[in-house]
Design a protein around this ligand. Sequence first.
Ligand code: C2E
Ligand code: MG
Ligand code: MG
Ligand code: MG
Length: 282
Amino acid sequence: RSKDGGGGAFNTYEPQLHVKAEERRVLEMALRQALEKGELHLEYQPVVAAGTGGLTGFEALLRWTHPELGVVSPAKFVPLAEDARLIVPMGEWVLRSACAEAAQWPHPIRVAVNVSPEQLHNPAFVSVVASALANSGLPAERLELEVTEGVFMREGTGAVQVLERILDLGVRLSLDDFGTGYSSLGYLARTRFSTIKVDRSFVQGASKGQPEPIAIIRAVVALAQSLGMATTAEGVETEQEHAMIQELGCTKVQGYYFGRPLPVAEARALAGRKWGESSAAA
Ligand code: C2E
Ligand code: MG
Ligand code: MG
Ligand code: MG
C-alpha cells in the first residue's frame, strides 16, 4: 500500500510493525487485568508411566480466556507476561491453584507446575512455594516444579540457591524442554532434578526415523539413568510414537495419545479412578 517508490522497504514494512506493537500493547493491558477479572484457569494433562500406562500425575497448563479474543495460547501470552513482569503474580496464582486442586487427588498422584526463570530470580519465591503447600495441605513430594534451561543462563541471579531451598522443602524439580536451549551438562550434575523432559521436537524427529533425534534420546535416557533421574517424553501423539519411546527407554510419557489437557473436573475424575482403571482408559 505504501509502495510509492520513495520510501522503499522501510515504508512497506512499517505499518505491519506498527500493528504488531499495537496488538502487543493491547494484549498486555488486557493481561494486566486478566488475573483480577478471573479470566485465567488451569487445565491438567495426564502424565503416565511408559511401561504400564498408569497415571502418575498431571501437568498444570495455564489458559487465558479473553472476552473478545477467546482462548489465548500460553505460548503467546506467557512471554508477554514475562516481559511485563506480570509472570510473578500470575505464577503465584498458578502455583496456589494447582496445589489446592492436587490436594483433592488420591495420594500418589502428582502435579507439575511450570515456573518461569523470572520467578526463580526472586528469593521470596521459596516462601510462596512453602505457603502454597501449607495452605493447600498438599504434601511437598506431590509437587513438581518444571524449569527450563533458561534458568541457568543468567549467572549470579541466585536462581540455583532458590532451587536448592525448594528441594530442601521436599519438592521435586524437572528440567523441561530438554535439548532445545543452550544446554550445559554442568548444572545437571549440580542440581538434583527428578526428571528430564525430552522435548517433543525429538520425539517427532525420532518417530520419522531420523537417526540424530533417536541418538539424542538414547543419550539423554542413558545420562538420566546414570544420574538416577527419570525421563518423560513430551508430545507423544500416536501408538507408534509410544512404542518407539518405550523402546528407547523413557520412563514416563505425556501427549495427546494418552490425554489432552483436561478441564479440572475431568482431571479430578481421572485421578479418582484406580491405577489399573486409568491405565485401561489410556
Ligand atoms: P510445556 O511446559 O512444554 O507444555 C507442554 C505443551 O505441549 C503444552 O502446550 C501442551 O498442551 C502441549 N502438548 C502436550 N501434548 C502434546 C501433543 O501430543 N502434541 C502437541 N502438539 N502438543 C502437546 P500449552 O498448554 O500450549 O503450553 C505451552 C507452553 O506454555 C508450555 O510448554 C509452558 O512452557 C508454557 N506454560 C503453560 N502454562 C504455564 C504456566 O502456568 N507458567 C509458565 N511459566 N509457563 C506456562
Ligand atoms: Mg512444562
Ligand atoms: Mg515441556
Ligand atoms: Mg516442550
